[in-house]
Design a protein around this ligand. Structure first.
Ligand code: CTP
Ligand code: MG
Length: 157
């Protein structure tokens, strides 16, 4: 049981690093280059930058390589950053401004995309996926609160 949980954590670690790195290393040109979608709102918004996107992929890939799972690291990181981008795309289409909390949209797309991208190599059991969804939700909410307290993020979500 404990070993299963540890294995699950090690498996998803590259995704967590990919998701956190942009907060530290992001900035510069936004990925949508300020372009607007059909609804007049930004495609992704200023919270998604090229530097953050690349930093996420590099950080997750390094962690994967350190865990002796380079390819899994690449897939998890790529999935994480594309899922994060998709989440922001959804938030903008729902009329939520950059940085506003999006219940579940902030926490889950990156995980689900990461799992989908990694699935050709490894996919946890459905119980494992359920544990990851709950764990990711709790960790995301608490680490964002902490990042806000530490002055790394303007808002606590
Ligand atoms: N970030 C970045 N590039 C990315 C993803 C994130 O630069 N591809 C940085 C931004 O500084 C962003 C911060 O990481 O503000 C936190 O990411 P996130 O919470 O995903 O973005 P939000 O600013 O909350 O924007 P959104 O409402 O689109 O989620
Ligand atoms: Mg956010």
């Amino acid at each position: 049981m404990f070993e299963d949980l540890l294995q699950l954590l090690l498996f998803i670690l590259p995704a967590y690093f990919a998701n956190s790195a942009p907060v530290l290393f992001g900035g510069g040109a936004p990925m949508d280059f300020k372009a607007k979608a059909w609804d007049g709102r930004r495609v992704f918004g200023d919270g998604k930058t090229w530097r953050g996107f690349l930093a996420g992929i590099i950080a997750g890939t390094i962690v994967g390589a350190l865990l002796n799972a380079y390819l899994l690291g690449v897939l998890l990181s790529l999935g994480t950053m594309l899922g994060d981008l998709f989440g922001s795309f959804l938030k903008r289409r729902l009329g939520l401004e950059r940085g506003h909390p999006g219940f579940a949209i902030d926490q889950l797309p990156f995980l689900l995309f990461a799992l989908a991208f990694a699935s050709p190599i490894y996919l946890p059991s459905w119980e494992g996926i359920l544990v990851l969804i709950i764990l990711t939700y709790v960790l995301h909410v608490s680490t964002n609160f902490l990042a806000n307290r530490l002055g790394l993020k303007k808002v606590p979500w």
